[in-house]
Design a protein around this ligand. Structure first.
Ligand code: ZN
Length: 369
């Protein structure tokens, strides 16, 4: 069965304004105006490589559509929806909440176009038109809370997809694997007391948000045990991530037995990312994808839906996206030209600190219901 793929040029028109990387430009401080790290190039170039390499010919295009307000209300408050909409209709756009999540005029319509596309992809997977799929959407979603936008995220894209699968298709249990370098705090918060969704986040310890993503955050009430955090010191490479999957992520999924797996796919855990300090390479991401596909085949008919999150290296993110989609579809049309440089770093080996962090996280699997 086929692999679905979602992208629309309008996603590239989401305007994050003039910044100097991740802070406001300010000539008085020597901060020359430039672009935001969250910039359309990092996603547009993934799409263009998928087209240029010919991989696109092996994928089933999923059409986007605007998610309705009723669909957004499955996760978000009316206040938050109105807050985004009002600013989106204004002359200059606005900010989703934390003052580092800017969007231009019409930002609401761009965000809802991606979300509706994700819901279409959920429909296609649940009705077995496709086996799995990758939604290359922008803006991202895993930091957004029910009532607050933050960390470049306006709405909780992945969480909205999960609610849709549950309400429309009767899917009961879902697991989320978040391999973005930052903590998937929004997804975790939305399902913190919900025993039907297992959220697993692998992230660089203490990066963003500063105050969340600790191993002690395990969910609450009926949802205790269904939030699983795997914080890791900076510098983890391919073999370290593979060990995280073998020792923690896959056993957690096997124990929870979801009917569908969502992936919050950030390529900011890659070796060239300006915002993260991890060392994953395209071949590393491909191996993690393969492992997830094996467990999905075993447990949930291969149902995996990836939503795109971070990833800020305009040069290297495309090869990570290409590698993941090649693995998902089983069509290998292009090798990573950087592999000869980045796959040979000695730091891909697992060190003692990493072993310790992974074995501590593995203990949390016992608490999964
Ligand atoms: Zn990120």
């Amino acid at each position: 069965m086929a692999t679905g793929y979602l992208y629309h040029e309008l996603f590239g028109w989401h305007d994050t304004g003039t910044f100097t990387g991740e802070i406001s430009a300010d000539p008085k401080k020597g901060l020359q105006p430039y672009s935001n790290f969250e910039h359309s190039d990092t996603k547009r170039r993934i799409h263009e490589l998928i087209v240029v390499s010919g991989l696109i010919n092996h994928l089933v295009r999923i059409e986007p559509r605007h998610a309705t307000e009723k669909e957004l209300l499955r996760v978000h408050t009316q206040r938050h929806i109105d807050f985004i909409k009002t600013q989106s209709d204004s002359r200059l756009g606005g900010d989703a909440g934390d003052l580092t999540t800017p969007f231009g005029k019409g930002g609401y319509e761009i965000a809802t176009l991606g979300i509706g596309g994700i819901l279409n992809m959920v429909d296609a997977i649940c009705t077995k038109k496709i086996r799995n799929g990758y939604a290359l959407v922008r803006p991202p979603g895993h930091h957004a809370l029910a009532d607050f936008g933050m960390g470049y995220c306006l709405f909780a894209n992945g969480a909205l997809g999960i609610k849709h699968a549950q309400e429309v298709h009767g899917v009961k249990k879902v697991a989320v694997v978040d391999w973005d370098v930052h903590h998937g705090n929004g997804t975790q918060d939305i399902f913190y007391s919900d025993p039907s969704v297992l959220t697993i986040s692998i992230h660089q310890d203490g990066l963003y948000p500063l105050t969340s993503g600790m191993r002690s955050e395990q969910g609450e009430k009926a949802g205790f045990g269904t939030s699983l955090n795997i914080p890791l010191q900076a510098g983890v490479g391919n073999k370290g991530y593979e060990k995280v999957f073998d020792d923690v992520v896959l056993p957690a999924i096997r124990k929870f037995k979801p009917e569908m797996i969502f992936v919050a796919s950030g390529f900011d855990s890659c070796v060239y990312d300006p915002l993260g300090r991890m060392l994953l390479t395209a071949s590393g991401y491909a191996k993690l994808t393969k492992k997830l596909m094996e467990v999905a085949d075993e447990i949930c008919d291969g149902k995996i839906l990836m939503t795109h999150e971070g990833g800020y290296s305009a040069t290297y993110s495309p090869f990570c996206g290409q590698a993941v989609l090649q693995e998902m579809s089983g069509k290998y049309v292009l090798d990573d030209p950087f592999a000869g440089i980045v796959d040979t770093y000695p730091s891909h080996e697992v060190n003692l600190v990493q072993e310790q962090e992974i074995s501590e996280a593995a203990k949390l699997v016992l608490d999964i219901p």
